[in-house]
Design a protein around this ligand. Structure first.
Ligand SMILES: [Zn+2]
Length: 517
């Protein structure tokens, strides 16, 4: 007997240009039939009247691992309730595996304090085994983080690697890819990667290409030098033939916003020249950033110890102040989202903190980082709605959260994208008529799955029954910056491997699986 029959809905299957009225039948975790007026006996019947039935959403740019919520809140309810059934973690240069030394895991501490975390793996394979022991709410696949293996190899140093070291890095990467990692991620802006040479990056990209996987690239610059940074990503793809996906494409700071058409043209031209390039974007005009990346590069190269040393030195502090004064920092729009060292700052803008301390915004920023014991993450309202709409609408974009999964009860001030990115995107599609529904669904299902090389994101017979039923006329992403943990409206049912994981706002059993490739 079939387990679940989804009746009376409109199937938007993730690939077809036209959707159709059809019922979907699910048994043993798989889709077993799709067609009009199916009428077998099923244990559960879901009435999808007025709703779309779509593949489960694939979040290709996810940080649940680096925020450690994957381990601490594996049910990942803020993602599941958005309709996300699969996440790709290990982005932006940092993954939880492999760990060639204990130092490697520290690549995630810029996002989250590592205290109390139980790490009982070294290899990528062991990590996947450990993950499969958790009650995962969503399916999880992971990239290998470049900073993670680099830091595992040379520790807390920022420098070019020797020939011998690059060879070790190649081996580490290859082993992790053989053990099921789905690609490599770069976080070229971060302290432990800024010094990577072109030769190192090309050699690693070649290994990724040979394995048939992809490169996820957090660009070196998202401000004035973004054009060169895009060129760097295109260069890596052109030199090696590797598939490249740029992470969270955005241009920060009003004086750089004019670059967005130029940036988009560059990516589209590369695509038309045969380069397999795409990008993900989240539908919000505020970033969620690690505060130390606001410093000049030389001040954070070398990691935390070096940052503290520079900030404590009178000469360096003056140089940093001078640098910050020449940046376009709107201190009233930079708000502390989390500060593991001092919760009293959370929710305050740097302008407010500066006023309380009777110092300038630049000095307040330096003071915050000088007292740095844990990580400081900020919201910065520094993107334009116009660029967000343009990037969302590009045929080369997919939509992702760039967030992490949290339980409903989280007290952290997290970015609203952790609770509402995909529903907010669908709401934008309806309200602004940015594209057809079929195109919109493709951007959150089959296209991210294609990039990540996952056999998911399509409704067809024998595929895993990761499915979402939502009402396109009602869907709203309600999460905002003050109250991020508000659940979306309009998502009716979410199935993971044929298990009803979300029904209305109610969570049921966790049915996520670990994906190896
Ligand atoms: Zn990133």
């Amino acid at each position: 007997m079939a387990e679940i029959l989804i009746k009376n809905g409109t199937v938007v299957d993730g690939v077809s240009k036209v959707s159709k009225k059809a019922d979907v039948l699910v048994a043993k975790g798989k889709i077993v039939d799709i067609g009009p007026n199916l009428n077998p006996k099923a244990k559960t019947i879901i009435n999808a009247k007025d709703c779309f039935v779509t593949p489960g959403f694939v979040d290709i740019q996810n940080h649940s691992d680096s925020y450690l919520t994957l381990l601490e809140q594996p049910e990942q309810s803020s993602l599941l309730t958005q309709g996300i059934t699969t996440i790709v973690v290990g982005n932006c240069g940092s993954s939880l595996a492999p760990l060639p030394s204990r130092e490697a895991i520290k690549s995630v501490q810029k996002w989250h304090n590592l205290a109390g975390v139980n790490i009982n793996w070294d290899s990528f394979e062991e990590f996947l085994v450990s993950l499969s022991g958790l009650k995962l709410g969503v399916n999880v696949a992971s990239l290998v983080g470049h900073a993670t293996i680099r830091r595992g190899l040379i520790g807390d140093q920022a420098r070019k690697l020797s020939e011998e070291e690059v060879r070790v890095l190649e081996k580490l990467l290859k082993a992790a890819l053989d053990q099921g990692a789905i690609g490599l991620s770069l976080g070229l802006v971060y302290a432990h990667e800024v010094d990577s040479s072109a030769d190192e990056l090309i050699r690693l990209a070649k290994i990724v290409k040979q394995s048939g996987k992809y490169l996820s690239v957090h660009l070196r610059s998202e401000t004035a030098n973004i054009t060169e940074s895009i060129d760097e990503a295109i260069f890596l793809a052109a030199q090696t033939g590797v598939k490249v996906k740029i992470s969270h494409l955005k241009i920060r700071g009003p004086s750089n916003w004019h670059l967005f058409e130029h940036v988009l043209n560059k990516i589209e031209n590369a695509y038309h020249q045969g380069i397999d390039i795409s990008f993900d974007v989240y539908p919000y005009s505020s970033t969620w950033a690690v505060l130390y990346t606001y410093l000049p590069k030389w001040a954070y190269e070398g990691g935390r110890a070096q940052i503290s040393r520079h900030l404590a030195s009178g000469v360096d502090r003056r140089k940093i102040l001078d640098y910050l004064r020449h940046q376009e920092l709107g201190f009233e729009r930079i708000v502390i989202a989390s500060a593991s060292g001092n919760k009293a700052f959370v929710g305050k803008s740097i302008a407010q903190i500066a006023k309380n301390q009777s110092v300038s915004g630049e000095e307040a920023l330096i003071n915050l980082l000088s007292g740095l014991e844990g990580s400081i993450i900020v919201f910065d309202h520094n993107l334009s709605d116009e660029q967000v709409e343009l990037f969302v609408s590009s045929p080369l974009s997919v939509i992702a959260t760039d967030g992490a999964g949290y339980s409903r009860k989280t007290e952290d001030l997290v970015h609203p994208r952790c609770f509402g990115a995909i529903p907010k995107f669908l709401q934008m599609v309806r309200e602004k008529k940015l594209m057809t529904w079929e195109q919109a669904v493709r951007k959150i299902t089959s296209e991210p799955a294609r990039i990540a090389g996952l056999d998911l994101g399509v409704i067809s017979k024998d595929k895993a029954a990761d499915l979402v039923v939502f009402n396109p006329n009602e869907i709203v992403g309600k999460a905002d910056y003050n109250y991020p943990n508000q659940l979306p409206v309009g998502i009716k049912t979410v199935l993971v491997s044929g298990v009803q994981s979300v029904e209305g706002n109610m969570l049921h059993q966790a049915a996520g699986r670990v994906i190896r490739k």
